[in-house]
Structures are given as C-alpha cells and as structure tokens.
Design a protein around this ligand. Structure first.
Ligand code: ADP
Ligand code: MG
Length: 256
C-alpha cells in the first residue's frame, strides 16, 4: 500500500547521563521505503533504532508505528512507556536484525523461527512450521532447519535471523549493521536476501556501511552526525552533488 506511513519518528531525543546522543531526530517511512542510515561510529545510529523498537526509551519526541502512536510518560524522572501491552504489540510489528545475529543457541534454526509465531502470536504450530519452512527456502537455508546456530556460518546465521524476524510478519524491518560482523565473502549472500526483501516491497530501515546497498537498493539515504540528521535525500542526490560536505567527506572513507 504505497502512501501508507509505516513509521514516523518526530524529534526524538535521548541522553545517557549528561551525554546527549540523539538531539532531535525525525524520519518518516512510507510503505515500501528502504531507508539507509549512514554515519560514523558513535553518531547515534544504534540508539536511534533501539529507541524505535523500545529497547531504549526516548526522553522526548513521538514515535508512530503503522498509524499508532507509542504512548510515553515523560515525567521528571526517566521516561517510560505507558503500556507494556502496547510495547509488546509494537515490538511484534517491528522486525529487528542485529549485527551479532542473536539467534537462540539452544534451539535449532526451525525452533528459533517458530518460537515467536507460536508463543507470542499463538499461531497453530503446524502452520508456523510450514511458514517457517517457506521462509527458510526464501533465504536459502531450508536444508539447515534442524541444525543448531553454532553449526552455521555467519552468513547463514544472519539469514536465519532475517527469517526469524519475518516470521512475525512485521510492518517494518529494522537492520543494525547486519553485515558488519561477517567475513567479507559472506556479506553478499545477506545483502542479496535484503535486496530481495526490498524488491518485494518490505519497508526497511537499514543502518549500514555498505555503500553499494545504500546507493543501489535504498530509495532514501539519511546521514546522521552527532545525534542529528545532517542531510537526507535520494541516493542520486546524496551520492551526486546534493549532499553536505560532511557527507562527502564521510563517503570519501569508503572510496577505493
Ligand atoms: P552508533 O551506532 O552510531 O555507533 P550508538 O548509538 O551505539 O552509535 O552510540 C552513540 C553514543 O551513545 C556513543 O557515544 C555511545 O557510547 C553512547 N551510548 C550508547 N548506548 C549507551 C548506553 N546504554 N549507556 C551510555 N552510553 C551509551
Ligand atoms: Mg551502532
């Protein structure tokens, strides 16, 4: 459904002690948008994603997921969500993929994938299993369904983690440097899965240092610097002449 706003973040702020990490970040993702979030280490990218899926609670600002505002209590002390029930619901609408895969090591790949659908969404087990098998097929590791994560390569584990997130049928997928922990030869297989998802119309917010993904797969690029959106635009604008000097300097580090 193009034109439907899946995610809207308005002026969020977050400090850790006296250190303001997010200084008023806004971003809107329409259905099917693939937004690459770029920025130097320490610019607040992970904190930004963690605030969206409520692993951290922003000190101020608004977050809307698929038209529903997350209700917050911004008191004199620490901010907190108004309703744990809403937090659980919002989390189920946001798929998160981390740098470090984060699969459950004591479960097989199939068990990892059906855990959320069966225990959180209360789906019948047989249905969850057949959907999981289809997802494993899609990410190219159907033959690994009864294997434990430790026996997979990093690229296979990350593809399993993507399948696990997709099993919850999220409205938006959040990726935090999904290929940064991988050996270079395994990066491509994960990026291919992400590109296929993008082409299917999944709404995605992707923190990455993969400039080819930012340029060729995303339809928008956001450059974060010191807790602010320093500039944003289409890949053509950002990698052409439209970007700020700071962004040009940043991408200069990735030029070969
Ligand atoms: P990025 O993902 O862009 O590298 P982060 O969001 O991880 O940036 O971190 C931004 C800044 O916030 C860093 O200076 C980091 O040390 C600090 N920070 C992140 N999480 C915490 C935390 N839980 N407690 C204190 N400081 C934190
Ligand atoms: Mg980070």
């Amino acid at each position: 459904m193009p034109g439907v706003t899946r995610l809207s973040v308005r002026d969020i702020r977050k400090s850790f002690g006296a250190h303001e990490v997010l200084s008023g970040i806004s971003l809107e993702a329409q259905d099917g948008d693939v937004i690459s979030v770029l920025g130097a280490s320490g610019s607040g990218k992970s904190t930004f994603l963690r605030c969206i899926n409520l692993l951290e609670i922003a000190d101020a600002g608004e977050i809307w997921v698929d038209g529903e505002q997350i209700r917050m209590i911004h008191g004199s002390g620490r901010s907190r969500p108004a309703s744990q029930k809403q937090v659980d619901h919002i989390r189920s609408e946001l798929g998160m993929v981390f740098q470090s895969f984060n699969l459950w090591s004591h479960m097989t790949i199939l068990q990892n994938i059906i855990e959320g659908p069966v225990h959180v969404l209360k789906r019948p087990r047989a249905e969850a299993v057949s959907e999981a098998e289809a997802l494993l097929e899609k990410v190219g590791i159907a033959d690994k369904r009864h294997v434990y994560p430790a026996h997979l390569s990093g690229g296979q584990q990350q593809r399993a983690a993507i399948a696990r997130a997709l099993a919850m049928k999220p409205k938006v997928m959040l990726f935090d440097e999904p290929t940064s922990a991988l050996d270079p030869e395994l990066v491509g297989e994960v990026l291919r899965v992400m590109r296929a998802l993008a082409e299917e119309g999944m709404t995605m917010l992707v923190v990455t240092h993969e400039m080819s993904f930012a340029r060729n797969v995303s339809n928008r690029v956001v450059f974060m610097r010191e807790g602010l959106v320093e500039c944003t635009g289409t890949p053509d604008e950002m990698f052409g002449d439209g970007a700020s000097p700071a962004f040009r300097q940043f991408i200069g580090h990735f030029a070969n």
